[in-house]
Design a binder for this molecule. Structure first.
Ligand SMILES: [Fe+2]
Ligand SMILES: [Fe+2]
Length: 169
């Protein structure tokens, strides 16, 4: 496997692992506050990020590279209001998209068509995740973030969870 690609993919493993941990921490923070819908949403997101990580992990070794288990820094355990939390997640997803796009570019430059093809799934996934986060942020803005709104926000997220479980991944 091309060494530059291998290094970039190993860095991507680290990014997916960080997202996996961050979303797990957010899930826990909202679970202890009784926001079941938000907690479930982030437990699911966290599991998806681990799956993203593993797909790259297995791909590297399949291509005769060496996948490296990354060190993951401890994420924050406390978060600000719900709008800030989703904005934080949206920013994180945008950084992931940028990183994926850079590896797509690198794979073109290095004429690694296999990796280019492999990454198309991630390109699509990032488009969907960014769009989902924008939808949720817009909803939260409509509802507002006062103390009485938490119930309604949680209910909206529960509906999104139900929809997500209907569509095959
Ligand atoms: Fe991801
Ligand atoms: Fe993601």
């Amino acid at each position: 496997m091309n060494k530059l690609i291998e290094k970039a993919l190993n860095e991507q493993i680290s990014m997916e692992a960080q997202a996996h941990y961050l979303y797990l921490s957010i899930a826990s923070f909202y679970e202890v506050q009784g926001m079941e819908g938000v907690a479930t949403f982030f437990y699911d997101q966290s599991a998806e990020e681990q799956m993203h990580m593993m797909k790259i992990f297995r791909y590297i070794n399949e291509m005769d590279g060496h996948a490296i288990v990354p060190a993951v820094p401890k994420p924050n355990a406390e978060f600000e209001d719900i709008l800030s939390t989703f904005k934080l997640v949206y920013e994180h997803e945008k950084r992931v998209t940028l990183s994926i796009n850079n590896i797509v570019e690198l794979s073109t430059k290095e004429k690694d068509h296999g990796t280019y093809n492999f990454l198309q799934w991630y390109v699509q996934e990032q488009r969907e995740e960014e769009s989902l986060m924008r939808t949720i942020i817009d909803k939260i803005k409509l509802i507002g973030i006062g103390p009485q709104s938490m119930y309604f926000i949680d209910r909206e997220i529960k509906e999104i969870n139900a929809l997500k479980n209907q569509t095959p991944q």
